[in-house]
Design a protein around this ligand. Structure first.
Ligand code: DOR
Length: 437
């Protein structure tokens, strides 16, 4: 029987307190958490002295490009990046080719993931104006993704009369990319000819985001439909939700919307281009406060890799998006070490809260009976984000050169060590996530 013992770790307990002790793992499950566990029949012993044990990160919004766009990323390279970044489970978006809009295409993606993914995986089904039957019955899926704006071909569902029937039928979670497509199209025309990428934040402006968030919230309230607002980018949306956020609505923010702003265009040009766009420094602050206050529920990276060649085409011919799974945890833990928040809060936002929101059983906490998706992080040393160490196929990060702490030293998926001190165990495979009704 596979048994793993982690000894002398600083363990984050479910109540947010730390505890110095041992964790015993058997057959992929946490069996015991205690100050000292004496066990002889072991396959692996990890001496975790000086390291902090956290539940593995669940990244609830990523774009991993397979099938169809493997020149940017694939499920193997993306999951290697996850393992290095401490992401033990991910929820992936439907803008792959073919678009994930039917059960058959979802099944194909699940098969690919079973073959190639080093970490656990779940997939959204994408809404089009005419795939209701699939949206109602697709299984297993973490939810329905609606692109209200920033279209990806047939995935665009932007008008109220097309959105309403999706909110009206069924009960599963709807996750929205909230940008007002009509406004974006109109502003693209107004600003046509401008090649400074900073214009991107003005074309897809704060009002475009707010309009769509308001519409999604209106429909969610009308049908009491479970709604999740993806990558909230503006202070005005956060303040709007602060006033009016029903108990069945959740929202997320990305590390880049917390830590980068429109100043980034000057430094990294189109590498800073994403949807919804980066905003002003004031927005960073309001989003932080909303996260600290619980108006925003959790963190997602929106990992959206594009090649440097594609990013070098010159605005507006450049694709939007930036990678994130490899840097999100150290970015947030570095913030914790500066006193902006606590390590327990980071773990809540990156593990416990997404597991709860997406009803993923037995994940997101270090507790006996829970899955042994665990990370040991080093909060004493700093190390920069280096291009040559990145596992993502796109090979760049908007955070290159940032000196971060909290890098995973060991990542464990289902009781197996998948990453240790710079080395990946590419034999490990994750499992398909389950989502409770
Ligand atoms: O910037 C983005 N790029 N935002 C998204 O929501 C999609 C993504 C992509 O797939 O490239």
């Amino acid at each position: 029987m596979t048994q793993l013992l982690i000894r002398h770790a600083r363990i984050l307990l479910p109540d947010g307190e730390f505890f110095l002790g041992d964790v015993l793992v058997r057959q992929g499950k946490i069996i015991e958490v205690a100050s000292e566990i004496s066990e002889t029949n072991l396959n692996t012993i990890i001496d975790a002295r000086g390291l902090t044990l956290l539940p593995g990160v669940i990244d609830p919004q990523v774009h991993f490009r397979e099938p169809g766009l493997e020149h940017k990323e694939d499920l193997f390279t993306a999951s290697c990046a996850c393992a290095r970044g401490g992401v033990t489970s991910f929820l992936e978006m439907p803008n792959t080719l073919p678009l994930t809009t039917t059960q058959a295409i979802l099944d194909d993606k699940l098969d690919l993931a079973a073959q190639k993914c080093l970490v656990n995986y779940g997939f959204f089904i994408g809404a089009t104006p005419d795939n209701f039957p699939d949206l109602l019955t697709a299984n297993p899926t973490c939810g329905i993704k609606i692109f209200m704006g920033s279209a990806h071909g047939a995935l665009l569902v932007s008008r109220e009369q097309e959105l309403e029937p999706i909110f009206a039928q069924g009960s599963r979670l709807i996750a929205v990319h909230a940008e007002d497509q009509a406004r974006i199209i109109q502003r693209r025309q107004e600003f046509a000819g401008i090649t400074d990428p900073a214009i991107h934040s003005q074309i897809q402006d704060e009002t475009a985001a707010l309009n769509a968030t308001k519409l999604a919230l209106k429909l969610s309230k009308k049908y009491q439909r479970r709604l999740h607002i993806l990558h909230l980018s503006t202070g005005i949306e956060a303040e709007f939700l602060r006033q009016d956020k029903p108990s069945w609505v959740t929202a997320e923010v990305t590390p880049q919307h917390l830590l980068l702003n429109t100043d980034a265009y000057e430094k990294i040009g189109t590498l800073a281009q994403m949807n919804p766009p980066l905003r002003s420094p004031e927005n960073n602050q309001i989003l932080w406060q909303a996260l600290l206050d619980g108006v925003i529920d959790f963190i997602a990276t929106d990992h959206a890799p594009h090649t440097l060649e594609e990013k070098g085409k010159g605005y507006p011919n450049t694709p939007s998006g930036m990678p994130g799974v490899e840097t999100s945890l150290p970015l947030m833990l570095t913030q914790a070490m500066t006193g902006k928040c606590t390590v327990a809060q980071v773990s809540h936002w990156m593990s416990t809260a997404p597991a709860k929101a997406y009803k993923i059983p037995n994940k997101g906490l270090i507790k006996s009976g829970y899955d042994a998706d665990l990370i040991l992080v080093d909060l004493d040393n700093y190390h920069p984000v280096l291009r040559e160490e990145l596992q993502t196929k796109c090979g760049w990060s908007p955070f290159e050169g940032w000196n971060l702490t909290g890098w995973p030293v060991i990542t464990i998926v289902g009781g197996n060590v998948v990453y240790e001190q710079g080395k990946l165990n590419t034999e490990v495979r994750g499992k398909a996530l389950q989502f409770e009704a």
